[in-house]
Design a protein around this ligand. Sequence first.
Ligand code: SIN
Ligand code: FE2
Length: 222
Amino acid sequence: MGEAPYTPDLFGRADCMAPWNETVTEGVVHLHHYALAKERELAAAIKSVIHVSPLRHMVTPGGFRMSVSTSSCGQAGWITDGAGYRYSSRDPLTGKAWPEMPALFMQLAQSAANEAGYPDFLPDSCLINRYRPGTKMSLHQDKDERNLGQPIVSISLGLPAIFQFGGDERSDKTQRIALMHGDVFVWGGVSRLKYHGILPLKEGSHPIFGANRFNLTFRRAR
Ligand code: SIN
Ligand code: FE2
Protein backbone atom coordinates (compact mmCIF):
# COMPACT_ATOMS: atom_id res chain seq x y z
CA MET A 1 0.00 0.00 0.00
CA GLY A 2 3.10 2.22 0.11
CA GLU A 3 3.82 5.45 1.97
CA ALA A 4 1.32 8.28 2.26
CA PRO A 5 2.17 10.86 -0.41
CA TYR A 6 3.84 14.12 0.64
CA THR A 7 0.92 16.53 0.86
CA PRO A 8 1.74 20.13 1.60
CA ASP A 9 -1.26 22.30 2.59
CA LEU A 10 -2.48 25.35 0.68
CA PHE A 11 0.50 27.39 1.91
CA GLY A 12 3.06 24.77 0.99
CA ARG A 13 3.55 23.57 4.57
CA ALA A 14 4.21 19.90 5.16
CA ASP A 15 1.85 17.84 7.31
CA CYS A 16 4.49 17.74 10.03
CA MET A 17 3.72 21.40 10.74
CA ALA A 18 0.10 20.61 11.60
CA PRO A 19 -0.78 21.61 15.18
CA TRP A 20 -0.82 18.94 17.89
CA ASN A 21 -1.30 19.04 21.66
CA GLU A 22 0.93 17.55 24.32
CA THR A 23 0.02 17.42 28.01
CA VAL A 24 3.24 18.08 29.92
CA THR A 25 1.97 17.64 33.47
CA GLU A 26 -1.27 18.43 35.31
CA GLY A 27 -2.64 21.77 34.07
CA VAL A 28 0.16 22.24 31.53
CA VAL A 29 -0.31 21.84 27.78
CA HIS A 30 2.16 22.42 24.95
CA LEU A 31 0.26 23.39 21.78
CA HIS A 32 2.81 22.66 19.06
CA HIS A 33 2.66 24.94 15.96
CA TYR A 34 -0.60 26.45 17.27
CA ALA A 35 0.14 30.05 16.22
CA LEU A 36 2.06 29.22 13.04
CA ALA A 37 -0.81 29.98 10.66
CA LYS A 38 -0.91 33.58 12.00
CA GLU A 39 2.85 34.26 12.02
CA ARG A 40 2.75 37.25 9.67
CA GLU A 41 -0.28 38.86 11.29
CA LEU A 42 1.37 38.40 14.70
CA ALA A 43 4.58 40.02 13.46
CA ALA A 44 2.60 43.01 12.16
CA ALA A 45 0.62 43.33 15.41
CA ILE A 46 3.79 43.22 17.53
CA LYS A 47 5.30 45.91 15.33
CA SER A 48 2.27 48.17 15.80
CA VAL A 49 2.37 47.76 19.61
CA ILE A 50 6.10 48.43 19.98
CA HIS A 51 5.84 51.41 17.65
CA VAL A 52 3.68 53.07 20.35
CA SER A 53 5.22 51.53 23.49
CA PRO A 54 8.81 50.71 22.55
CA LEU A 55 10.75 47.72 23.84
CA ARG A 56 13.06 48.67 26.73
CA HIS A 57 15.33 46.95 29.24
CA MET A 58 13.68 47.39 32.63
CA VAL A 59 15.54 47.29 35.93
CA THR A 60 14.83 44.69 38.61
CA PRO A 61 14.09 45.75 42.21
CA GLY A 62 17.66 44.58 42.98
CA GLY A 63 19.08 47.07 40.46
CA PHE A 64 19.92 44.72 37.58
CA ARG A 65 19.01 45.67 34.02
CA MET A 66 17.09 42.82 32.38
CA SER A 67 18.72 41.25 29.30
CA VAL A 68 15.23 40.68 27.85
CA SER A 69 13.59 43.84 26.51
CA THR A 70 9.89 44.23 27.12
CA SER A 71 6.72 46.10 26.28
CA SER A 72 3.03 45.45 26.94
CA CYS A 73 -0.46 45.90 25.62
CA GLY A 74 -3.87 45.61 27.23
CA GLN A 75 -5.39 47.17 30.34
CA ALA A 76 -2.41 46.31 32.52
CA GLY A 77 1.29 46.08 31.73
CA TRP A 78 3.88 44.27 33.82
CA ILE A 79 6.69 46.55 34.96
CA THR A 80 9.71 46.44 37.22
CA ASP A 81 11.90 49.19 38.71
CA GLY A 82 13.51 50.02 42.03
CA ALA A 83 10.07 50.01 43.64
CA GLY A 84 9.31 46.38 42.73
CA TYR A 85 7.49 44.11 40.29
CA ARG A 86 3.89 45.10 39.56
CA TYR A 87 1.23 45.86 36.97
CA SER A 88 0.56 49.39 35.80
CA SER A 89 -2.26 50.87 33.68
CA ARG A 90 0.30 53.23 32.15
CA ASP A 91 3.52 52.74 30.28
CA PRO A 92 6.15 54.47 32.46
CA LEU A 93 8.16 55.30 29.31
CA THR A 94 5.39 57.19 27.50
CA GLY A 95 3.26 58.18 30.51
CA LYS A 96 0.23 56.99 28.51
CA ALA A 97 -2.03 53.95 28.64
CA TRP A 98 -0.53 50.83 27.07
CA PRO A 99 -1.67 50.16 23.49
CA GLU A 100 -4.91 48.23 23.21
CA MET A 101 -4.52 44.47 22.94
CA PRO A 102 -4.81 43.61 19.22
CA ALA A 103 -7.94 41.54 18.50
CA LEU A 104 -5.80 38.75 17.05
CA PHE A 105 -3.81 38.49 20.31
CA MET A 106 -7.00 38.13 22.34
CA GLN A 107 -8.51 35.58 19.93
CA LEU A 108 -5.40 33.41 19.85
CA ALA A 109 -4.86 33.57 23.62
CA GLN A 110 -8.46 32.63 24.35
CA SER A 111 -8.66 29.85 21.78
CA ALA A 112 -5.33 28.40 22.97
CA ALA A 113 -6.49 28.48 26.59
CA ASN A 114 -9.73 26.78 25.59
CA GLU A 115 -7.79 24.13 23.68
CA ALA A 116 -5.72 23.52 26.82
CA GLY A 117 -8.79 23.11 29.04
CA TYR A 118 -9.28 26.69 30.29
CA PRO A 119 -12.48 27.88 28.59
CA ASP A 120 -12.95 31.10 30.62
CA PHE A 121 -9.63 32.83 30.10
CA LEU A 122 -9.99 36.61 29.96
CA PRO A 123 -6.53 38.20 29.83
CA ASP A 124 -6.15 41.90 30.58
CA SER A 125 -2.41 41.92 29.96
CA CYS A 126 0.02 40.85 27.25
CA LEU A 127 3.70 41.16 28.00
CA ILE A 128 5.98 41.21 24.94
CA ASN A 129 9.46 39.84 25.64
CA ARG A 130 12.23 40.12 23.07
CA TYR A 131 15.25 37.83 23.42
CA ARG A 132 18.45 38.22 21.40
CA PRO A 133 21.04 35.43 21.18
CA GLY A 134 22.65 35.06 24.61
CA THR A 135 19.59 36.47 26.40
CA LYS A 136 17.99 34.36 29.14
CA MET A 137 15.34 34.54 31.80
CA SER A 138 16.23 33.09 35.19
CA LEU A 139 13.90 30.72 37.03
CA HIS A 140 11.00 32.63 38.57
CA GLN A 141 7.31 32.33 39.46
CA ASP A 142 4.58 34.49 37.92
CA LYS A 143 2.90 35.68 41.10
CA ASP A 144 2.24 39.40 40.62
CA GLU A 145 -1.29 38.71 39.35
CA ARG A 146 -4.32 39.17 41.58
CA ASN A 147 -6.16 36.35 39.87
CA LEU A 148 -4.17 33.12 40.10
CA GLY A 149 -7.28 31.14 39.10
CA GLN A 150 -6.61 32.08 35.49
CA PRO A 151 -3.89 30.36 33.45
CA ILE A 152 -0.90 31.79 31.61
CA VAL A 153 -0.77 31.58 27.81
CA SER A 154 2.64 32.01 26.24
CA ILE A 155 3.27 32.29 22.48
CA SER A 156 6.76 31.76 21.07
CA LEU A 157 7.85 33.38 17.79
CA GLY A 158 11.16 33.53 15.96
CA LEU A 159 14.28 31.76 17.24
CA PRO A 160 13.75 28.57 19.27
CA ALA A 161 14.37 28.48 23.02
CA ILE A 162 14.76 25.95 25.79
CA PHE A 163 12.08 26.51 28.41
CA GLN A 164 12.71 25.17 31.89
CA PHE A 165 9.62 24.09 33.77
CA GLY A 166 10.14 23.21 37.41
CA GLY A 167 8.33 22.81 40.69
CA ASP A 168 7.18 24.81 43.69
CA GLU A 169 10.74 25.57 44.82
CA ARG A 170 13.46 27.21 42.77
CA SER A 171 15.76 24.28 43.58
CA ASP A 172 13.29 21.65 42.28
CA LYS A 173 14.26 19.60 39.25
CA THR A 174 13.21 21.17 35.94
CA GLN A 175 12.04 19.69 32.66
CA ARG A 176 13.59 21.17 29.52
CA ILE A 177 11.13 21.84 26.75
CA ALA A 178 12.05 23.11 23.28
CA LEU A 179 9.73 25.97 22.34
CA MET A 180 9.71 26.47 18.60
CA HIS A 181 8.41 29.29 16.42
CA GLY A 182 4.60 29.18 16.57
CA ASP A 183 4.34 27.04 19.70
CA VAL A 184 1.96 28.01 22.51
CA PHE A 185 2.55 26.89 26.09
CA VAL A 186 -0.30 27.07 28.61
CA TRP A 187 -0.06 26.50 32.34
CA GLY A 188 -2.55 26.95 35.17
CA GLY A 189 -4.50 25.17 37.88
CA VAL A 190 -2.21 23.27 40.26
CA SER A 191 0.76 24.28 38.08
CA ARG A 192 0.02 28.01 37.98
CA LEU A 193 2.86 28.96 40.35
CA LYS A 194 5.55 26.59 39.11
CA TYR A 195 9.06 27.96 38.64
CA HIS A 196 10.06 28.46 35.00
CA GLY A 197 12.69 30.20 32.88
CA ILE A 198 14.48 30.40 29.53
CA LEU A 199 18.06 29.22 28.92
CA PRO A 200 20.41 31.56 27.00
CA LEU A 201 19.20 31.81 23.41
CA LYS A 202 21.40 30.26 20.72
CA GLU A 203 22.64 32.28 17.74
CA GLY A 204 20.47 32.07 14.65
CA SER A 205 18.21 33.92 12.28
CA HIS A 206 14.53 33.49 11.57
CA PRO A 207 13.03 34.39 8.16
CA ILE A 208 10.38 36.67 9.70
CA PHE A 209 11.76 37.65 13.12
CA GLY A 210 15.48 37.83 12.34
CA ALA A 211 17.95 37.21 15.18
CA ASN A 212 15.22 37.46 17.80
CA ARG A 213 12.79 35.44 19.81
CA PHE A 214 9.54 37.15 20.70
CA ASN A 215 7.40 35.78 23.50
CA LEU A 216 3.86 36.98 24.18
CA THR A 217 2.71 36.23 27.74
CA PHE A 218 -1.03 36.61 28.37
CA ARG A 219 -2.29 36.87 31.94
CA ARG A 220 -5.20 38.11 33.99
CA ALA A 221 -3.49 40.65 36.21
CA ARG A 222 -6.46 42.17 38.06
C1 SIN B 1 8.39 34.40 31.17
O1 SIN B 1 8.31 33.43 31.89
O2 SIN B 1 8.15 35.52 31.61
C2 SIN B 1 8.77 34.27 29.72
C3 SIN B 1 8.77 32.88 29.22
C4 SIN B 1 9.18 32.81 27.78
O3 SIN B 1 9.87 33.68 27.28
O4 SIN B 1 8.79 31.83 27.11
FE1 FE2 C 1 7.21 33.93 33.75
